[in-house]
Design a protein around this ligand. Sequence first.
Ligand SMILES: [Zn+2]
Length: 356
Amino acid sequence: MRNLIAPFAFGLALAAANATASEAAPKSDKAADAVKAAAAAVPSIKPNLKLAAATPAVASPAAAASKSEDDAEVDLSVRIAEKLAELRAKQALRAEQAARARKVNEAKRRKEAEAAAAAAAIATAAAAKPKNGTHWTYEGEFGPENWSKINTAWASCNTGNRQSPIDLRDGLKVDLEQVTFDYHPSSFNEIDNGHTIQVNVAGGNFLTVGGTTYELQQFHFHRPGEERINGKGTEMVVHMVHKSYDGKLAVLAVLLERGIANPMIQTVWNNLPLEKLTTVTPSIVLDVNEILPARRDYFTYMGSLTEPPCTENVLWIVMKQPMTASPQQMALFSRLYPFNARPIQPSNGRMIKESQ
Ligand SMILES: [Zn+2]
C-alpha cells in the first residue's frame, strides 16, 4: 500500500523543491522545510488511503508482495534522496554563480567609481591650468558668452564691469570739449583677420582729447553697429583705435547708415585681400578725414575693447552724427561678415557724457 503513498510524497517533495529551486541559494533552507512539510503531510493522508485499500480487490497481500513493496519504497526513498541531493547541488551551483556575479558587479562598480574620480581629477587639473585658446567667434560655442573660458587672459570679457558696447542713454548733457583731429592721407595695409576687415594705418594720425594725444593704429568695421543710442542701432560702425604714448587706448566710433557712398570705405573695399589672414599693402594713400562726420558732437564713457581680450580702461568717443555708406558698400561687407557684433553689455551705472 505504501508504494501508492510514496509517489505522492515524492511528488509533493519534488514540487516543493522545484518551487524553491529557482530562488537564490540563501533561501535553500526553504526547500528543506518544504520537503519536511510534505513528509509531515503524508501521515494525515495515509488513513484515507488505507480505508480505500480495505476493498476486497486488494485485500489479500502475499508476504512476497509485501517484501517487494518494501523494496520499492526503499528504491523510491533512494531516488528521492538522490533527487534532493541533485536539487541541492543545483542550488549550491546557483548560489555560487550569484556570489560570483555579485563580486563581478562590485568590481565593475569599483572600477567605474575609480574612473569617475580620475576624470574629476583631470577636469580639476584642466580648470586650474591656464587656458590659451585663440579661436573665438560671434556665435555658438566660441561666442561672446564663452570668451573668458577660451583664454585665461580674456577673463574681463565675462567678469569685467566696464565692458563695451553699451546702450548710450541717460547721458549727462554738458559742453564737451572739441576733439581735435590731426588726420592726413596715409599709407596703409589691410587684413581680413577672420573677425572683420582691419586697416592698419601708418603713423602720424592723431586725436587729442582731455589733454591726451592718441595716435591712430587701425580701424575696422562691425555689422550691425555695436553701439546703440537710446536702444537704436545702426547698420554698421567703424571703430578707429588710437593709442597714447603711455599706452592708453581711445576708440572713436563712427556710426554708418545707408546713403551716399563713402570714398574712404570704397578705397578699403577696392583693396580687399583675396585670402584671409594675408596682409595686402596697396601703393596708394587713404584719407581718414573722409570718415569723420561734419558735426563733432559725441558721447563719451569708459569701456573696453569689444572683442577678446576685452581690455578695459578704454576711452570711448561715439560720434553723434552718423556717416553714410552706399547700399552696395553695405552689401559687399555683409557678404564677408553678415554678423560680427558683440551684444550690448551692462552699463553698471557708468557715467556717460554727451555734447548738448
Ligand atoms: Zn570694434
